[in-house]
Design a protein around this ligand. Structure first.
Ligand SMILES: [Zn+2]
Length: 330
């Protein structure tokens, strides 16, 4: 069987090339339009047989095309992928009101706080969180308490010039090897949003890795667990740990889990998102932008969320600012 996906997959196995190719989505859509329905249905069956491909960023585009352009494909997808009688109203890009993970020149980002703010405002957001790295990630210029206080001064200045969007004071705080956090409690308490994640010791035995993350989530200031499995597509597998335990712990301690929209991560993946939703967990979608243009990666996160059948109500950063802050603090 020579399906579209089959062909595209073979043609664009290299990730960088793939991204370049994706820059011209029109070209890809034209390709799909020239293909007959039977081949498209074949492609869907093929996707079903090779779950790995379902995590391929290119598939997002093709999938979206199927959903939008072919009623027959809709029903075929229903039977093949889900047992729903009716398709739910899946989340859309326009539902997002804020981006909750990004970096500025204060750590390893390429743009200033003000440029990131303007980028978020230009995308119609109502709020966003600035989440530069913490000090353990020295190679990224991660901030200690003193630098963080300096950053807050700049945040205040930038915010006063831009009342059109709310800049949430945050940090992507490293979860240290023993599960403690890379920032003092006194500082954590003064953040609007505390995002935590693992960036080191990916090699810990599964039980220890699980204990480490669970301990971090038990900290009362923690709001979001970012890129929960740590995978980098085609480069690094997820670290070994018990995701189920971690998700249960997140629910118990009212911690939201991130769907990292960066195409190298797409973490959590769709199957895990389905699990998270079934457990009643809160989910956020964030780009992890390191420059203004990366803010556009949000669409990959939304496509990934759609594959997990998420609707607007499953995703916290579709809420207006006040409701959002209330939900993360409750
Ligand atoms: Zn990170």
């Amino acid at each position: 069987m020579k399906s579209i996906i089959d062909k595209l997959h073979n043609d664009h196995i290299n990730f960088i090339k793939l991204l370049e190719f994706l820059e011209n989505q029109q070209q890809l859509l034209k390709y799909c339009q020239q293909t007959d329905l039977e081949s498209i249905l074949d492609a869907i069956r093929y996707m079903k047989e090779y779950p790995d491909l379902v995590h391929h960023p290119l598939e997002n585009v093709v999938f979206k095309y199927f959903l939008e352009n072919h009623n027959e494909v809709h029903s075929e997808l229903k039977t093949l992928l889900h047992e729903h009688d009716e398709l739910p109203e899946l989340i859309e890009l326009s539902n997002l009101r804020g981006d909750l993970q990004m970096h500025s020149t204060w750590s390893d980002g390429k743009n200033s706080i003000e440029e990131m703010l303007e980028g978020c405002a230009a995308r119609g957001y109502e709020y966003f969180a600035l989440t530069d790295h913490s000090k353990a990630l020295a190679m990224t210029g991660g901030l200690d308490a003193a630098k963080l206080r300096q950053q807050w001064k700049e945040i205040e200045e930038v915010q006063s010039r831009h009342p059109e969007i709310r800049l949430l004071r945050s940090q992507e705080v490293d979860i240290l090897a023993d599960g403690s956090l890379d920032l003092e409690d006194e500082m954590l308490e003064q953040l609007d949003l505390v995002v935590v994640s693992v960036h080191s010791r990916f090699d810990l035995p599964a039980a220890e890795q699980t204990r480490r993350i669970v301990r971090a989530l038990q900290h009362p200031e923690v709001d979001i667990l970012a890129h929960p499995t740590g995978r980098i597509i085609n480069r690094r597998p997820p670290y070994e740990f018990d995701l189920d335990d971690v998700l249960h712990c997140a629910r118990e301690h009212n911690v939201a889990v991130e769907l990292n929209a960066h195409p190298e991560r797409l973490d959590l993946k769709d199957a895990h998102l389905i699990l998270a939703r079934e457990l009643g967990l809160k989910i956020v979608i964030s780009t992890d932008a390191h420059r203004v243009q990366h803010l556009d990666l949000m669409s990959y996160g939304v496509d990934q969320a759609r594959r997990a059948w998420l609707t607007k109500i499953d995703v916290l950063n579709t809420l207006p600012l006040d409701a959002f802050l209330k939900a993360v603090r409750s």
